[in-house]
Design a protein around this ligand. Structure first.
Ligand code: F6P
Length: 748
């Protein structure tokens, strides 16, 4: 540190002193010359005055010898080079011996009376002072006194050397003194700071002793911020909580207005028995994930009001505060006519895009009238969202394949909004997506989002390949960005998850009690192992395949007959659609067939419950099960797998998981199966039933840690932090007066 202070303080000082000397020394030289010359002039005058009395006496007597002797004596002074007395005709009357040859009477004539001039002689410079005398009764004469000036040069040189040496030494001492003082001061401040850091005294009014740093409060503020952000980052990696999420919203996003848009609403109001209004939480992975985020961040959730009693509870602006028991955010309901719902939701979204994106071998249907309804409903939602967003730059988080056009429509209405769309289902490869007749419109509108999120990197790559094939734009594969018409869309993989700790867990009875109650409720004997399937009744979930696997298992292992039951909860979904109706029929038929083949009086291999269960009931089922089977043929993520793990705080239970569900990328300790391979699935069920307790616990503990660390707050946090970075970058561009993306877009 000392060396760097020396370098930083001494060198500049020496440089400054050198500069001053370079320009100042000629001035000092001139000053000294003038002083010495006027000094010599004065001496010449004095000499002349002393001669004024004597010379006329010698001249009057015409005493040449006496005059010469007198003049020679006077000229004996060392500094006097010579003396010359000139007659008016310019001839020398007396000229001393040492007089330089260059000086003679004619030269002396040219110098006015009482003046001096400097001459250069071979031995150095000399000053000639001339005096004109006009004594009464005598002929006038001139006296030229020549002084040696070489001593001036010598003295000047010496004076200059002294001056330089003095200045140099003074500067050096001053610099060393400054460096020492600076070093001591900095050491003192560093100690104060170190004490502050180790004592974590970052508040503005913290005491730090007398020797305080003048900018200490600013340094403390920076330290405080650093500590804060470090803490957040540590929390983020290990412990994402609603509080951490709120902190991101507050500190990184500066609390923007948050608007979430989805088709499915987080709470629906339904008319129950005797016309009583009941609140339902729909069976939706998207709702499971987003609802806790909204509870933490607040804002407005815009969704289709599909509940039979939804209109009864909204205010004049179609809004209702939710969750009903502890309102934390606003649900803004959008009403759709039957025709709109038919074309947009059942038609294009669920008969077109759903089978298109899921490789479950159900042929997608694309009808012009569905597309028209899809466009109309997307516009309707865009209008509502734009009205709900009172600020110019809200953060809009769109959910899912129901709203592929919304990013573009909203960009036109709110150019400065930050728009993120999360695609909760898989994105197929480019060839598969290419069959969609409206692929261009969808892709162009999707790309107007700032962020496009998918569950897996694989889906991101499929999306980029699709864009590459069908849209003229610039793709940066390294950063996963797509630039189109001056707008940059960031594609990111962000696996969705569930709330941790799960909201329902504290309400749950202990595992043993859950096992007993569930078995009693569904007529399953105590000693029978319970396998569980819970999902919407959907052809992507592999229901029939899992029944076939159980059938094969019972066929191959007769010892397991009467020992295992699969409880299948299938929440009816999209039941208006032929594919779903066919699935329901074939499921019921398969269950009946297999049960007929193996069931006994007091045991059934499969118990099928075709009814929606509320989240508490589902959690109780998770805790009661010996294994949970999630063998989706294709699934974006599948949160049932994660929920099952989160419900098992007893570290027991086995998860059988499809490799075609996004969750299999994280839950690698599950028994992973290819759902199309019935034998492999049957074998996985056998392994689950025979797995020792210790192995079950080890697998469950690892999976629980994964879900805990990668919970839904992390999912939302990563999205929000990406949004914050984009907003900061845009603000920076604006402040530097670089045309903003929006403005650039407008120009194009
Ligand atoms: O998987 C896609 C998705 O939108 C999920 O987010 C949600 O769990 C499910 O589909 C629900 O579908 P729907 O709202 O049509 O019942």
């Amino acid at each position: 540190m000392f060396r760097s202070i020396i370098i930083r303080s001494v060198l500049p000082l020496l440089l400054a002193a050198g500069t001053v000397a370079y320009f100042g020394l000629p001035y000092i030289d001139r000053l000294l010359t003038e002083w010495f010359r006027s000094d010599v002039e004065l001496r010449a005058q004095l000499l002349m005055s002393s001669m004024q009395e004597v010379l006329p006496v010698f001249m009057a007597k015409n005493d040449q010898t006496g005059l010469r002797r007198y003049v020679v004596r006077i000229a004996a002074d060392q500094r006097l080079l010579g003396l010359i007395i000139c007659r008016p005709d310019g001839t020398a009357l007396i000229k001393t011996e040492r007089m330089p040859a260059a000086v003679d009477c004619p030269e002396a004539q040219q110098i006015p009376d009482g003046h001096s001039s400097v001459l250069q002689t071979p031995s150095g410079s000399a000053q000639v002072s001339v005096f004109e005398e006009n004594p009464p009764g005598l002929a006038p004469y001139r006296v030229a006194i020549v002084h040696d000036l070489s001593f001036v040069d010598r003295r000047q040189g010496t004076a200059r050397d002294y001056l330089i040496a003095f200045a140099g030494i003074s500067v050096l001492i001053l610099a060393l003194f400054l460096a020492l003082a600076g070093w001591l001061l900095l050491r003192g401040w560093a100690n104060v700071l170190l004490r502050d850091i180790s004592g974590r005294r970052f508040t503005g009014n913290a005491q730090s002793g007398r020797l305080s740093l003048p900018i200490l409060s600013e340094v403390r503020a920076v330290l405080r911020e650093m500590e804060e952000s470090q803490r957040i980052e540590m929390d983020y990696r290990e412990n994402w909580t609603p509080q951490a999420l709120q902190q991101v919203v507050r500190e990184q996003l500066h609390s923007p207005q948050i608007v979430v848009v989805s088709n499915r609403e987080p709470y629906s109001h339904e008319f129950g028995e005797q016309g009583r209004i009941e609140v339902q939480v729909p069976a939706s992975g998207m709702v499971t994930a987003l609802e806790p985020v909204m509870r933490a961040c607040s804002g407005t959730w815009v969704a289709h009001g599909s509940g039979s009693a939804d209109r009864e509870v909204v205010d004049g602006h179609d809004r209702v505060r939710v969750p009903p028991e502890d309102p934390a955010y606003t649900l803004r309901r959008v009403w759709l006519s039957e025709a709109e719902e038919q074309g947009y939701y059942y038609g294009l979204a669920n008969e077109g895009l759903w089978p298109l994106c899921h490789l479950a071998y159900v042929r997608p249907a694309f009808r012009g009238e569905d597309w028209a309804a899809y466009q109309l409903v997307n516009r309707k939602f865009a209008d509502v969202v734009a009205r709900e967003a009172s600020s110019n730059d809200p953060l809009i988080m769109i959910q899912d394949y129901h709203f592929a056009l919304l990013p573009g429509l909203l960009r036109a209405r709110k150019p400065d909004a930050t728009i993120a769309l999360f695609w909760h289902i898989p994105w197929p490869n480019d060839e598969t997506f290419g069959v969609c007749p409206w692929k261009h419109e969808m892709l162009l509108n999707l790309l107007m989002a700032d962020i496009l999120g998918f569950h897996t990197l694989h889906h991101c790559r499929n999306f980029l390949a699709t864009v590459d094939r069908f849209v003229e734009c610039q793709i940066d594969h390294e950063h996963m960005t797509v630039a189109l018409q001056g707008h940059v869309c960031h594609v990111m993989a962000d696996p969705i998850s569930i709330e941790w700790p799960p909201r329902w867990l504290p309400m749950m009875p202990d595992v043993r009690l859950s096992r007993r109650t569930v078995r009693q409720r569904f007529g399953i004997a105590e000693q029978v192992a319970l396998g569980l399937g819970v999902e919407r009744w959907d052809f992507t979930k592999g229901l029939i395949e899992r029944f076939l696997a159980l059938e094969l298992l019972l066929e191959q292992h007769s010892r397991l007959r009467g020992r295992v039951t699969l409880l299948q909860i299938a929440a009816p979904s999209r039941s208006k659609l032929p594919a779903y109706q066919a699935l329901q029929q074939s499921t019921v038929a398969e269950v009946a067939r297999i049960n007929a083949r193996f069931a006994t009086e007091d045991w059934k291999p499969i118990v099928l419950v075709g009814k929606h269960q509320n989240p508490q009931q589902v959690f109780e089922l998770y805790r009661a099960a010996d294994f949970c089977i999630v063998n989706s043929l294709h699934d974006g993520m599948n949160l049932v797998a994660k929920e099952f793990v989160s419900a098992r705080d007893d570290d027991d239970g086995v998860l059988i998981l499809s490799t075609f569900a996004g969750a299999s990328r994280e839950l690698v300790e599950a028994l992973l199966v290819n759902p199309f391979d019935v034998a492999e699935t049957a074998e996985a069920i056998r392994r689950a039933l025979d797995m020792p307790r210790e192995q079950r616990a080890q697998r469950m503990q690892l999976m629980r840690r994964t879900v805990k660390e990668n919970n839904v707050f992390r999912w939302a946090g990563r999205l929000l932090m990406a949004a914050a970075r984009i907003r900061q970058r845009q603000a920076l561009l604006k402040s530097q007066d670089v045309p903003s993306l929006t403005r650039r877009r407008e120009r194009l």
